[in-house]
Design a binder for this molecule. Structure first.
Ligand SMILES: Cc1cc2nc3c(=O)[nH]c(=O)nc-3n(C[C@H](O)[C@H](O)[C@H](O)COP(=O)(O)OP(=O)(O)OC[C@H]3O[C@@H](n4cnc5c(N)ncnc54)[C@H](O)[C@@H]3O)c2cc1C
Length: 293
């Protein structure tokens, strides 16, 4: 690996200023489980790495007064999985984190590093998209918030500009009655990047619990970026209910929206089938979870 200088600021202000001073030869590092692999491969060769883990503001999970849950970008997947706030309010995020890597990697890897890696298969992206999460970004001009979908510009490309870092992911308050799930297919069932990942969140009508108030479907690893499958959502909104037939139609609509490629892990056709099957299955899981409550 090419030699580099290591920097460890302790405030967001210092973090941004350090990145601005060092310019394009510097990159932020969090857990390093993605970046260091790339550095060893020679895919990237920064002269400076700027550690975000020493900034307390970037760590931890908090409930805001507006009902939102704010997750610091440098929060590890282990912390996420063990957080009572997450298990109680946003269990789909713990469910997704559990599918990732192994205990050792999850103890280092962060939620912010996962989304900022912007790989199409990043497992936290679909559930965060389905939760309508916003990304709070700090940079030389102050702070701004974008929808998570806007953060992803292309494979391994985000909308972050010079000196900008991801501060936190903010999940707005959901209705009082919702269920969700993240289903991932990887051939070995562990230590696998997603061949396809599907997140579905259904808000149920509180007055008529059998009816759908809203739905969000997000797909990973089947397009250049993770994305919301709008026409699959429309199928369910128009039906107003969830059953096997609607789940099948929703899966077909998601399949039509996916733009997978063939690569070493799966063919385009196989990924399309997975999108259809997993989307339908995820929707039925949401229904069963509602009935089980
Ligand atoms: C054995 C192994 C198994 C894995 N399995 C999975 C898996 O199942 N699913 C999966 O999705 N991934 C997997 N990964 C990839 C990786 O572990 C995850 O993407 C992880 O969440 C990355 O987080 P990190 O903190 O290590 O990021 P880092 O490697 O530190 O950074 C990743 C990228 O994000 C940028 N970055 C980090 N933090 C910020 C910030 N706050 N602001 C701006 N930019 C930032 C960095 O500059 C870098 O470009 C695996 C990796 C390994 C080594």
């Amino acid at each position: 690996m090419k030699q580099f200088l290591y920097h460890r600021p302790t405030t967001v202000k210092d973090l941004v200023e350090t990145l601005m001073e060092l310019g394009p030869s510097a990159v932020p590092i969090a857990g390093g489980t993605d970046l260091v692999v790339q550095m060893k491969d020679g895919a990237v060769a920064p002269e400076h790495v700027v550690d975000v883990m020493g900034v307390p503001e970037l760590r931890g999970i908090h409930a805001g007064e507006d009902g939102a849950v704010r997750i610091g970008s440098a929060t590890t997947l282990k912390t996420l999985m063990e957080s009572t706030l997450i298990l109680d309010r946003l269990p789909i995020l713990a469910e997704a984190a559990r599918t990732m890597a192994c205990a050792e990697v999850r103890g280092m890897a962060t939620i912010g590093g996962n989304v900022c890696s912007a790989v199409p298969s990043a497992d936290m992206a679909p559930p965060l998209l389905a939760l309508d999460a916003g990304a709070v970004i700090a940079g030389p001009l102050g702070r701004r918030t974008v929808g998570l979908g806007e953060l992803f510009v292309g494979p391994r490309r985000t909308c972050l500009g010079a000196g900008e870092v991801l501060v936190e992911l903010s999940v707005p308050r959901l209705g009082s009655s919702w269920t969700g799930t993240y289903l991932k297919y990887g051939p070995r069932g562990g230590m696998d990047l997603a061949v396809t990942g599907v997140a579905v969140v259904v808000s149920w009508d509180t007055a008529t619990p059998a009816r759908v108030a809203d739905i969000r479907v997000a797909l990973g690893a089947v397009a250049p970026t993770a994305f919301r499958a709008a026409s699959a959502e429309d199928v369910v909104r128009e039906a107003g209910v969830v059953d096997e037939r609607v789940a099948g139609l929703c899966g077909e609509a998601a399949e039509a929206e996916a733009k997978p490629i063939s690569d070493i892990r799966a063919s385009e056709a196989y990924r399309r089938t997975l999108v259809r099957v997993l989307t339908a299955r995820a929707l039925m899981t949401c229904l069963h979870r509602r009935d089980a409550r």
